[in-house]
Design a protein around this ligand. Sequence first.
Ligand code: MN
Length: 286
Amino acid sequence: MASGQNVSRVTKAPIRAGPYNEDQLCFPMKILISNDDGYQAPGIVALYEALKDVAEVEVIAPEQNNSAKSNALTLNSPMYVNRASNGFRYINGTPADCVHIALTGLLGYRPDLVVSGINNGANMGDDTIYSGTVGAAMEGYLFGVPAIAFSQVEKNWGELEAAARTARELVLQMARQNLIGASPWLLNVNIPNLPFAQLGHIKLCRLGRRHAAEPVIQQTSPRGETMYWIGAAGPALDEAEGTDFHATAQGHIAMTPLKVDLTDHDRLGYWAQTAARLRQGDPSAS
Ligand code: MN
């Protein structure tokens, strides 16, 4: 693959990580950036600023906040692509729509990497099922492109520059080690809201688990109708050592490789027997 050749050529150059403008790299690496908070969110602007001088970067992101849209695609309404004054393109669709449209026609080339984020808040444990940030990255992965989802653990963008620098240095390290443009993988990265010098190491983690979400919130509309608001995510249920919750609580950057196969491999044997019994009990099966 052409991009793989390009990356291997680049890694021979003497490259050092450092402040944004220290190394003027001539990476031929092509990065597609998206997110779920919308193209105007501080997180995607910071990510673009951090990556723009190490790669050819395109930003294609939702027009509106699309948090918790997971991998949703828009099938029943048309979408439009617009370009903002800063060059970002935005679409009236979901995060997965943006990456899907980019990869299947809009870009006209195959990026070496899809980067999503930086999200306004954690995407740990069960969050990854719902997360539009992960959904955008996963869409890239499903099309065979390596992808990373970045999130800050706390909301409201505290220490965003440190998170963006973390993202940049991780991407640079991966490029140097020929991990970008190779076979696809999907990484979920959560970064504590700490100054760069105080951030811990990158810890490879499994996903933790959350308790069930808080109850739905009921209110009465001005017209007297009952309205429902989805409640907050539940607190951590499994935050044992080795989980993303544990690592970030210790000030470390949590990195979890994700896969998409939802098959319950551990229970295939159990269900094979059970399915056989179900067939026996089915009169049409005899
Ligand atoms: Mn979000």
